[in-house]
Design a protein around this ligand. Structure first.
Ligand code: SF4
Length: 710
């Protein structure tokens, strides 16, 4: 325990705010870190409540096997023995891991090393699949690598900020505060919000485009056509630094050349549409921020590429105050991407489809078992569990029984799975109920390691207090299992610093080994020689952090017009509007949208115990428009039944002008445990984007009726 101020990082969203924390009479007190470049001292309601999750009620305090407490040694031996038996009888691919953007980079790294490098199973994915995998896929298609070009400082330099599919005021509150502060400093800064709902963020925008859900590709294809028609293209940039423009433009023109037709399909006025297009065309410095409203779609990757196409067409990328900027949802979604946390990637942005990368990573890890093909993405992973192809699954720090679409199917899968291991810091979660082995993991304030935020800035989470009960860090648990499985040498780390240094060395090794073929974006070579003390003293650092080039913290990606494709040119991707997979009809006429509220985090396993976070909105609800309330005979504050083609639930109706007629909105947070009437994920179809595997959580046809007590 420490009573001096310790610099650490917030455990919640992907903004990655710096925190200063100190322990006073067994209580953890927090304040914003004025020196941290993400927040400069600002915090939101969740960040300010962080001290209260330390020593939270309801912690998982010791290991359990089949509901009985046990020792760490027994639990680890059983997992290692059972995993080896599964591998012997059914093959490596019968093991699955499902990780979380809540894990630290060191945890993510060793989990991936164990599965992909030593057990030899590629079936390891993460809840980040539900969050920003469409952006990852789109970045790779356009830039040749998963490189986010945006920096937060661009928000203060931009002249036009477009916020697409994101309620920043509630979901990335400190970035929203930065934008509002920037507007106060520079009143000419314009803000455009593209969102079907009239959110708090939309209410403060200069222009709100409440487009028909799912039509974003049409909107941005229309913009590409408009730029061409108005001679606003940056022809030099297109010729010099890009490929594929003509085909992309042709597709955009084919479907979006008629402004009136376009406005009708987008369900907004042609005046608003023209104003947006004009602002984009005539403003020099434009940042487009986007998040789940873009990503969580059966055409999420195309949606992201339609945005990237418009920025490339005007060369609005790689310059201060300019660029497309995908926001991550979780505190370490970006760190997970860096170390190959997704089923279709390898550590340090190395790629499955590149034999040179495969050989390099095998050599670095001293293994002959490195998997050669990508594994199953989240929805397919749980489907494989349900079908009996995966015999043992280890879920770490996440609650898929609530967060996955078609959650009933996930429950069936876990019930049928011969071995379910769950590591979590909380005892009673919806997923833990199905665990054969439960492992207590350390929570924020107890653990120590790195996280990377949306703008690629790596920061430290630091230990403030001793672990609760017998809780252990995730990296330690994974390494103990690995050592018991016989991989002693490869997982014999003293501490988390050793793991991070190995990962940083991998990025440098990659660059040395591949030379000009290297993906130099994720270069942490500056960090390879960190001493353990320097690791502990680490200050927030944006990657790349390149040795000998003095480019740490000031490299602006793509400023030189060079991208990570084979030709070094950015790729325009030809995209066309595709409707959502499951469409509304006379039985299910309303579009269900889902999202976060201001003061809760994910499935509320930790935030529901903090009284002040429960006062903002205290119970689940569905928003519906007054017109629909009349049509469906629904009164404000009354219970209603919401039904999709796969499930039904009961919740409270809130009649609101924030939602347009034909749509309803329900928060994602409440679970069956917290609201026995049901959780929203049981209504959502498991339709996914074909490139990213990201589920379509923003568009589910439903119907609504007053609830009848029988
Ligand atoms: Fe934490 Fe996000 Fe709030 Fe910052 S904006 S304090 S990272 S929850």
């Amino acid at each position: 325990m420490t009573n001096t101020w310790v610099k650490t990082t917030c455990a919640f969203c992907g903004v990655g705010c710096g925190i200063e924390a100190r322990v006073n009479n067994d209580k953890v007190i927090v304040r914003g870190d004025k020196q941290h470049p993400a927040n400069f001292g600002r915090l939101c309601s969740k960040g300010m409540a962080l001290g209260e999750i330390v020593n939270n009620k309801g912690r998982l305090l010791q290991p359990y096997i089949e509901g009985k407490t046990t020792s760490w040694q027994n639990a680890i031996t059983k997992i290692a023995t059972d995993f080896k038996q599964v591998v012997d009888h059914f093959g490596s691919e019968a093991i699955g891991f499902y990780l979380s953007g809540q894990l630290l980079t060191e945890d993510y790294y060793v989990a991936n090393k164990l599965m992909k490098g030593f057990i030899g199973s590629p079936n390891i994915d993460t809840n980040s699949r539900l969050c920003m995998s469409s952006s990852v896929a789109a970045h790779k298609r356009a830039f040749g690598s998963d490189t986010v070009p945006g920096c937060y400082e661009d928000l203060e330099k931009a002249e036009l900020i477009i916020i697409a599919g994101a309620n920043l005021a509630w979901c990335h509150p400190v970035l929203y505060q930065r934008i509002i502060a920037a507007k106060q400093q520079a009143p000419n800064l314009k803000i455009v919000v593209i969102d079907p709902r009239k959110t708090i963020t939309a209410q403060t925008a200069d222009l709100h485009l409440a487009i028909e859900p799912g039509t974003d590709v049409l909107l941005f294809n229309g913009l590409l056509h408009y730029l061409c028609q108005g001679n606003k293209l940056n022809n030099h940039f297109i010729r010099q630094y890009t490929e594929g423009f003509s085909l992309a433009l042709q597709a955009a023109t084919n479907e979006a050349h008629d402004l009136l037709f376009l406005a009708k399909h987008l369900a907004i006025s042609s005046d608003l549409l023209t104003q947006f297009y004009r602002w984009f065309a005539e403003t020099d410095k434009v940042v487009t921020l986007y998040s789940q409203g873009i990503n969580q779609s059966s055409c999420g990757t195309d949606k992201v590429n339609s945005i990237l196409n418009c920025h490339l067409a005007m060369g609005k990328i790689g310059k201060p105050g300019c660029g497309p900027f995908s926001l991550t949802g979780q505190p370490n979604a970006m760190g997970g991407r860096e170390v190959g946390g997704m089923a279709n990637s390898l550590a340090a942005h190395l790629e499955f489809n590149n034999p040179q990368h495969h050989e390099l990573l095998s050599r670095f890890w001293h293994t002959s078992k490195l998997v050669k093909q990508p594994g199953l993405k989240a929805v397919d992973l749980f489907d494989a569990v349900a079908k009996g192809k995966i015999k043992a699954i280890w879920i770490m720090g996440t609650n898929p029984v609530v967060s996955m679409p078609n959650s009933q199917h996930v429950i069936t899968a876990l019930k049928n799975c011969p071995l379910v291991v769950v590591s979590d810091c909380m005892l009673e979660t919806d997923t833990n109920q199905y665990a054969d082995i439960l492992l207590p993991a350390t929570d924020w304030g107890e653990k120590s390691g790195m996280v990377t935020n949306s703008e690629r800035r790596i920061s430290r989470q630091r230990t403030l207090v001793k672990p609760a009960g017998k809780a252990k860090p995730d990296w330690w648990i994974i390494c103990e299992v690995a050592k018991q499985m016989g991989f002693y040498q490869a997982f014999n780390y003293e501490n988390e610093a050793d793991i991070f240094k190995e990962y940083a060395k991998l990025t440098a090794f990659e660059n040395d080994a591949l030379g000009n073929n290297s993906i130099r974006d994720l270069d942490l070579s500056l960090l390879t020689d960190l001493t353990t003390q320097e690791y502990h003293d680490f200050t927030p650092t944006q990657w790349p952090a390149i040795k000998n080039t003095k480019q740490s913290n000031n490299k602006r990606f793509f400023a030189d017009g060079k991208f990570y494709t084979q030709t070094t040119k950015a790729q325009f991707i030809t995209v066309s509007y595709k409707p959502p997979v499951t469409k509304t009809n006379s039985t299910y006429p309303l579009i269900l949208n889902t999202g976060r509220i201001r003061d809760q985090w994910h499935t509320m396993t930790r935030t529901s115990f903090i009284p002040k976070l429960c006062t903002h909105i205290s119970e689940p609800y569905v928003h519906l428009n007054p017109l629909d309330a009349t049509t469906f005979s629904i009164k404000h504050d009354e219970l209603v039944q919401l039904t999709s083609n796969i499930g039904t639930l009961i919740t409270k109706a809130k009649v609101s002008e924030q939602i347009l007629s034909g749509q309803v909105f329900m928060p994602m947070h409440w679970t069956r445990m917290l609201a026995s009437s049901g959780q929203v994920s049981q209504l959502i179809n498991p339709n996914v984007d074909p490139f990213s595997g990201q589920p379509e959580s923003k568009y589910t046809p439903v119907t609504i009726s007053p609830w009848q007590y029988n």
